[in-house]
Design a binder for this molecule. Structure first.
Ligand code: SF4
Length: 177
């Protein structure tokens, strides 16, 4: 016991090095996103996440937006529990046959104006699950999609950039290389 105590006192922390990009870059991106949301909506952005059948890899990246590093809520960007309070539906995964009706009902319950963002390669066309007997296909097979964020899975920073592109399409296109 004493050995263990001494070892733990002198051992260096087993934490991972911080991810790229820098805290400043994430902060600048999130602040720009918040400003764009307030310009378009007069308030911050409310997001409802819908897992339509993903492997949960995309969810891990989306959940990271709320962790201590990204902490999107400090900029007023919020995940909400009900589609009735949402501006954006963030939909992941291929749409499974079991989730088709739930996705349609969630879309219908979201008040206009609303945007649908399909997150991840599976949300585009079913990805590696395409052709499965249990899968309908990409999100656009079931509801209209405004933006697709590619990746398997996309990183939290790519998701923030995608949301920004949704709110400021003209500016993003103009600044594209
Ligand atoms: S895009 Fe990749 S991480 Fe996301 S649900 Fe599909 S397989 Fe999983």
């Amino acid at each position: 016991m004493r050995n263990l105590l001494f070892r733990n006192i002198f051992r260096t922390p087993l934490t991972e090095s911080p991810p790229d990009p820098s805290e400043q870059a994430v902060r600048a991106l999130a602040e720009t996103l918040d400003r764009a949301a307030r310009r378009r909506l007069g308030r911050s952005l409310c997001i409802r996440e819908v897992d339509a059948g993903s492997c949960n890899g995309c969810e891990l990246e989306i959940h990271a937006l709320n962790n201590a590093y990204y902490d999107l809520e400090r900029f007023g960007l919020r995940f909400v529990a009900s589609p009735r309070h949402a501006d954006v539906l963030l939909v992941t995964g291929p749409v499974t046959k079991n989730m088709r009706e739930a996705l349609e009902r969630t879309y219908n319950a979201t008040p206009a104006p609303k945007w649908v963002v399909a997150v991840g390669d599976c949300a585009l066309d079913g990805g590696c699950f395409a052709g499965s007997y249990a899968v309908v296909g990409g999100v656009s097979e079931v509801i209209p999609v405004d933006l697709h964020i590619a990746g398997c899975p996309p990183s939290p920073t790519e998701i923030i950039k995608g949301l920004l592109a949704l709110l400021e399409p003209a500016k993003t296109e103009a600044s594209a290389p």
